[in-house]
Ligand binder design. Structure first.
Ligand code: FAD
Length: 390
């Protein structure tokens, strides 16, 4: 049986794979593009387990610019992804992001804010009193203040994923339900992939969009990627006292975060250094009751009475070098492109990443230069310096 040949084979049909396929097809509908996805139910994909927050509050210029493009792309998404009159609905809610800042974080927050403002972002400094004025339930005594991004917010990750997938297929991309078990190579270049079902696909361009499975996949081509699957947990609560109106995604200096969700719910989570590496999707209510709840009630004392409804665990694909995206061609294997290591902020980066990869592969000059995220920095051991959450 001869292998089917494609111009581009994308491994992983999460948000990165589907966005990349969409931008490739939008660039040139003659391209033969295949997306190979091992789990079309997306039970364990990070995309569907995400909080789907979009923010410009980063400290690295390119990460801010990526989010500025996300604002634009998600703002037009429903119209652009319409196919045959079917318009997706992504519930884009711009309810703000509030980063609370203590004295030790003041200088770094001021520097990041200055950069965000220079780039034209709508982010402002709020004193403790201003925070209380907007959100009277908050206790701000121990804070220096906070930065508030009014255009930040969240959306329905599954709807965005389906929007990209449906449009990419509509434009001619092929979606294959199988597992890639090997990236094949020949003479220092990729030659294709071998599928679990036995057959192979031939292609000069392979894109690794395998999320938390990215390093495992790269290993089949002899490449060691510094990307680890790390479990992160989210808890869903009903608080006895309901805030008047939505609360923004609020991020404490410790990394604890929370926001309101539709249906009178509150979502809470926190990344911790002891979070386990591996493909573990169990969640633990004790982590909430013993660690997160006391911390939450300190900042919002009214939340000392609540009911834990449920929780979930998903994986961050953590780039252990610097917590930032790894984008572009692997310098030692021609045609092997990476969109990996997004840690906790990949959902919002999908539009810019998909567009950038399509530009690299089709040889168009990039609209936004993201070469700072080149995988070359891994081989040279030169980490980027984005502060804040991974
Ligand atoms: C709890 C949580 C909260 C988050 N919150 C946010 C947030 O608020 N904002 C934000 O921007 N980001 C957030 N993220 C991060 C974001 O979800 C991810 O960065 C993003 O979804 C990564 O997309 P992806 O396509 O790379 O990976 P995934 O969505 O995981 O997709 C990868 C796909 O590849 C498939 N695959 C893997 N290996 C193979 C193979 N060998 N063959 C075939 N298929 C394969 C998998 O089945 C999977 O469907 C969060 C993540 C988690 C877990």
């Amino acid at each position: 049986m001869s292998n089917k040949t494609y111009d581009v084979v994308i491994i992983g049909g999460g948000i990165m794979g589907c966005a990349t396929a969409y931008y490739l097809m939008q660039t040139d509908q003659r391209l033969k593009v295949a997306i190979v996805e091992m789990d079309p139910t997306y039970t364990y994909a990070s995309t569907t387990l995400s909080l789907a927050n979009v923010r410009v509050q980063f400290s690295l210029q390119e990460n801010i610019q990526i989010s500025q493009y996300a604002y634009q792309a998600f703002g037009q998404f429903e119209d652009q992804m319409t196919t045959d009159g079917n318009k997706p609905s992504i519930s884009y809610r711009r309810e703000g992001n509030l980063f609370l800042v203590d004295e030790t974080g003041r200088v770094a927050a001021a520097e990041a804010l200055a950069l965000q403002k220079r780039l034209g972002c709508q982010v402002e400094w709020w004193s403790g009193a201003q925070i209380k004025e907007h959100y009277p339930l908050f206790k701000t005594d121990d804070l220096a203040g906070g930065t508030f991004g009014q255009m930040d917010g969240y959306l329905d990750a599954y709807a965005v994923l389906m929007g990209y997938k449906t449009k990419a297929k509509y434009l001619g991309a092929e979606y294959i339900n199988d597992e890639v078990i090997e990236v094949t190579t020949s003479g220092g270049r990729v030659s294709g992939v071998r599928l679990g079902a036995g057959e192979g696909l031939t292609s000069k361009y392979i894109v690794n969009c395998a999320g938390a499975w990215a390093a495992k996949l790269a290993q089949t081509a002899g490449i060691e990627l510094p990307v680890q699957p790390v479990k992160r947990q989210v808890f869903v609560l009903n608080t006895a006292v309901k805030p008047k109106g939505p609360l923004p995604l609020t991020i404490l200096p410790s990394g604890l975060y929370f926001r309101t969700e539709t249906g009178d719910l509150l979502l809470v989570g926190k990344s911790m250094v002891e979070d386990p590496v591996g493909f573990d999707f169990t969640w633990d209510d004790k982590r909430f009751t013993e660690i997160l709840w006391p911390e939450l009630a300190k900042i919002v004392p009214a939340f000392d009475t609540l009911k834990l409804r449920r929780g979930w665990a998903g994986l961050y694909a953590v780039n252990t070098l610097d917590g930032n995206a790894i984008l572009g061609e692997w310098p030692e294997l021609g045609g092997f492109y990476l969109a990996n290591g997004f840690s906790g902020h990949g959902l919002q980066q999908a539009p810019a990443v998909g567009r950038y990869l399509s530009e690299l592969i089709t040889g168009k000059p990039p609209i936004l230069d993201l070469s700072i995220f080149s995988p070359k920095r891994i081989l040279e051991n030169k980490p980027l310096s984005e502060g804040g959450l991974v």
